[in-house]
Write a protein that binds this ligand. Structure first.
Ligand code: AMP
Ligand code: MG
Length: 349
């Protein structure tokens, strides 16, 4: 028998993030421009919490909710009308997809190439074999995994304009970066609707527009992977995405007493276990850094630090399996460790 805990943990996490990310803001003020309007949504198998300030907030939230519903319809792996379902069941034929889907798949291909397959959306048959799609968890055998891995080369995905194809027997899912694209879109809708100040939390993805109404930075909490009901650190940000991939977000405990989580290493088809238990990426693109947080989790520690050194155009907080926190210099002034774990800056060289 496997114990399933993922949903309960997800609810707590989202609520806590919004509480902290809005603390000190205009919640108590009677000024309409400073009072937030909020919306809680369950979509993409995720609890989402949107908060916007100002007189246009209500209309912006309505539009954002509609947009989330459209994206869910396009990207679902289980809805037979979605772009992804049609790609996965095309038997090797090409499929016409929406602009959203094409953008996400092009980004996935780009990040897969750049991370040498640490991100690989073609791993879906393996993700499914572990039961992460249905919640019917099981531990596949090594033989089953090596058979499934034969159909997971990320170079198999082809995206030409809005035409997508996959070799027969391949299947994809965009779970690693769809929420990041969604938070980009929601923030853009807020901006176009005349909202200057907003923050959204989509599971482990937080993204902000502007600053808090009083001009101060948002405080975003990152959960402690060893105690997921509590927070381990706070990061103060302006208009940024703060995106976490963690081994506590979706997992089950096997009969052998071990935990098995939803982020898979394409080398062996097993939950990635390369020294990192949580990776948070901070930067200005939801889609880019959602893809990257998953890839860096797979790379693990210290490989993720080497990757960061090669780019240095984003910030990162990484927690290792020996309970240490490492973070990049760029957030040193806005990072507060509220855990008992030691935290240190990642050396640039
Ligand atoms: P995230 O929470 O953003 O790290 O995304 C995790 C989700 O991405 C999983 O639930 C799977 O649907 C999918 N996934 C798992 N492993 C990988 C991987 N190595 N590359 C791409 N997608 C993955
Ligand atoms: Mg991700």
């Amino acid at each position: 028998m496997f114990r399933k805990r993922s949903i309960r943990t997800a609810i707590c996490g989202a609520a806590m993030l919004m509480l902290l990310s809005s603390c000190g803001g205009g919640g108590e003020s009677s000024d309409t421009d400073s009072a937030p309007s909020g919306r809680d949504i369950f979509a993409m198998d995720t609890f989402m919490s949107l908060k916007a300030y100002g007189s246009n907030a209500g209309e912006a939230l309505d539009k954002a909710e509609e947009r989330i519903s459209v994206l869910e319809g396009e990207l679902s792996v289980t809805n037979e009308n979605s772009d992804i379902w049609r790609i996965d069941h095309a038997g090797g034929n090409s499929v016409q997809v929406s602009e959203d889907t094409a953008i996400i798949l092009r980004k996935a291909a780009e990040v897969s190439e750049d991370t040498e397959g640490a991100l690989n959306i073609c791993l879906y048959p393996v993700v499914s074999a572990w039961g992460f799609t249905t919640g019917e968890y099981r531990i596949p055998t090594k033989d089953e995994l090596s058979e499934l891995l034969k159909n997971t080369d990320y170079h198999g995905l082809s995206v030409e304009g809005s035409t997508v194809s996959l070799p027969e027997g391949y299947q994809i899912d965009t779970g690693a970066l769809a929420k990041g694209y969604t938070s980009d879109e929601v923030i853009e809708i807020m901006r176009e609707s005349g909202v200057d100040s907003a923050i959204v939390s989509l599971g482990g993805n937080v993204q902000a527009l502007g600053t808090k109404p009083d001009g101060s930075l948002w405080k975003v909490a990152v959960r402690d992977p060893f105690s997921p009901d509590t927070d381990m650190c706070l990061v103060e940000v302006g208009e940024k995405a703060v995106i976490t991939s963690g081994n506590y977000e979706r997992y089950f405990t096997g009969e052998d007493g071990k935990n098995y989580w939803h982020i898979i290493d394409g080398d062996d088809g097993c939950p990635a276990d390369n020294g990192a238990v949580s990776v948070t990426v901070i930067g200005d693109s939801g889609i880019e850094y959602d893809a990257l947080s998953t890839a860096l989790f797979v790379m693990g520690y210290p490989a993720a630090c080497d990757y960061w050194r090669s780019r240095q155009d984003f910030d990162m907080v990484i927690v290792t399996d020996d309970q240490r926190i490492y973070y990049t210099e760029g957030i040193a002034d806005v990072f507060s460790n509220i855990s008992s774990m030691p935290a240190e800056v990642i050396p640039v060289a």
